[in-house]
Design a binder for this molecule. Structure first.
Ligand code: NDP
Length: 493
């Protein structure tokens, strides 16, 4: 029987005014697992007001007090690791071995990191002259709206939430419609550990209505958004009406460049991880592979063999490494890319169909899929697929590899595989991306900034840089002369 959820506004759990709900579906088997409220303008307004009311007291707390509450939330997440992991696997289809060992612990770690690192946040004193004290202080922005995608339901919230709350902002979280359950659970844990009512509000409902109302709302100071580039552009346009700050973590079409001197076995290991982690539903997924012509055949053969070994199946099984795609419509979209790629002249090397086993038959599964002999004109090499589907192409020279890597409207990430780290560094400097890995793909840390350039967005998540994104700098000037008339007043005399 599907469980009914409420949303969190001002510390209270409530349904939507109209009583409408949405079914949450387990993508591994198509079964309805929960019902969540479909909120509207009324709930958006209530949530923003609740966050506004909670803001002065939250801002007045010391950094140490807020930090300790975040640490408690981090601890609560770890103490409920299994419950959260199972919930996320059920709503998203991500294998339990990943949600248990990656998503949930990393959520806790993000909060722990921000709880610690924010305590080092400082202002500056400015050497204007001996007649004054001039300083900068960092202040919270006020109410921030956090609008997040479905590919890592809890993690995408946790890393924004940690930075926003510890710096003294209050927030309204709008999780994705298809995977809101883990985020609602985070709201429950926030209440349990004593985060004051109204500091974290969670409302569910369609992005086109609830999301846009949040972006428009005059009580919201900033929108922290992660999602599709088209949605990000729309949010930017709407936010401009009220000159609202926006942080945009958008799509990617990430190059994986294998140089002539690369260790092919390591590159293949990295390729499997980069391409299929989270079923390829990763903004930074390796999806355009450029391989030096001398290694192309060997790399392609080994990559295909390694991809065949992946256990695709029931995400609740600890042995499964690749689950379904997150929802039926997305599976259909990915299959559309595959069908068009088959007609494009690219050579299908692996997959291209649904796995047909008893455990996958009722879910939204797509097999690991590799196309060879691709070129940059193909849709497969241009557009974000967001599934376990990749294209391989050859290059001859490092210059060509850099040019190919940059032939995209996105600029999120890229990787270079080479034994010559000096040459790798030189290439990294020429690749247009927010992150370039050398002999690695996809790895992120709390300490390292995350965010793209070009149409992959702007602003940073993670690292100390994000603390600046959720605070504003105020300059305070104190006259120390005690004189009523200053020399520069002479200008008006
Ligand atoms: P969407 O842009 O469709 O949705 C993201 C969030 O925005 C959801 O909560 C959605 O609500 C909401 N939303 C949708 N339309 C609007 C609107 N008009 N105004 C305000 N909010 C809106 O992205 P997906 O959820 O499909 O996520 C996949 C995308 O996210 C990919 O492009 C991926 O690359 C990107 N991404 C980027 C990351 C990065 O760090 N750069 C990290 C992770 C993902 P609803 O669910 O109700 O539609």
């Amino acid at each position: 029987m599907a469980q009914s959820y409420n949303v969190l506004i001002g510390g209270k759990w409530v349904g939507s005014a109209g009583g409408q709900t949405r079914e949450i579906i387990n993508p591994a088997n198509g079964r309805v697992v929960a019902l969540v409220p479909q909120c509207g303008r009324e709930e958006v307004d209530s949530a923003v007001r609740a966050a506004q009311q909670a803001a002065p007291a939250w801002k007045a707390m010391t950094m140490s007090e807020r930090s300790k509450l975040l640490l408690k939330l981090s601890g609560a997440i770890l103490s409920r690791q299994k419950e959260l992991a199972e919930l996320e696997t059920m709503e998203h289809g991500s294998p339990i071995r990943k949600t248990m060992n990656f998503d949930v612990p990393l959520c806790a770690e993000q909060l722990e990191y921000f709880a610690g690192v924010a305590r080092g946040l400082t202002g500056e004193t400015l050497p204007v002259g001996p007649w004054c004290a001039s300083m900068t202080v960092r202040e919270p922005l006020g109410v921030v709206a956090l609008i997040t995608p479905w590919n890592f339901p809890a993690l995408m919230v946790a890393w924004k939430l940690g930075a926003a709350l510890v710096t003294g902002n209050t927030c309204v979280v709008k999780p994705p419609s298809i995977t809101p359950l883990t985020v609602l659970k985070l709201g429950e844990l926030a209440m349990e550990v004593g985060i004051p009512a109204g500091v974290m509000n969670v409302i569910t409902g369609p992005g086109e209505t609830v999301g846009e109302e949040l972006v428009k709302h005059p009580g919201v100071a900033k929108v922290g958004f992660t999602g599709d580039t088209a949605t990000g552009k729309r949010i930017m346009r709407i936010a401009s009406d009220s000159v609202k700050q926006v942080g945009l973590e958008l799509g990617g079409k990430n190059a994986f460049v294998v140089m002539a001197d690369a260790d092919v076995d390591s590159a293949v290991e990295g390729a499997v991880f980069g391409a299929y982690f989270n079923s390829g539903q990763v903004c930074a997924a390796a999806s355009r592979f450029y391989i030096h012509e001398s290694l192309y055949d060997e790399f392609a053969e080994k990559f295909v063999e390694a991809s065949k070994k992946l256990k695709v199946g029931d995400p609740m099984d600890m042995a499964t490494v690749m689950g379904p795609l997150a929802y039926e419509g997305h599976r259909d979209k990915v299959e559309g890319f595959i069908a068009r790629a088959k007609k494009s002249g690219a050579k299908l090397l692996l997959g291209g169909e649904r796995p047909d086993t008893p455990e996958t038959r009722n879910g939204y599964f797509v097999s690991p899929t590799i196309f060879g002999e691709c070129n940059t004109d193909m849709e497969l090499m241009r557009d974000e697929i967001f599934g376990p589907v990749v294209g391989l192409a050859r290059f001859k020279t490092p210059e060509e590899a850099v040019a190919l890597a940059n032939q995209t409207r996105y600029g999120l990430s890229a990787s270079i595989w080479t034994k010559d780290v000096r040459a790798g560094m030189a290439m990294a400097g020429r690749i247009e991306a927010g992150t370039v890995w050398i002999n690695e793909h996809l790895i992120i840390f709390c300490e390292t900034p995350w965010g793209g350039c070009k149409e992959s967005g702007w602003g940073k998540d993670l690292s100390t840089m994000v603390l600046e994104e959720y605070t504003s700098v105020k300059h305070i000037y104190i006259d120390l002369t005690g004189q009523a008339v200053k020399p520069w007043y002479a200008i008006l005399k």
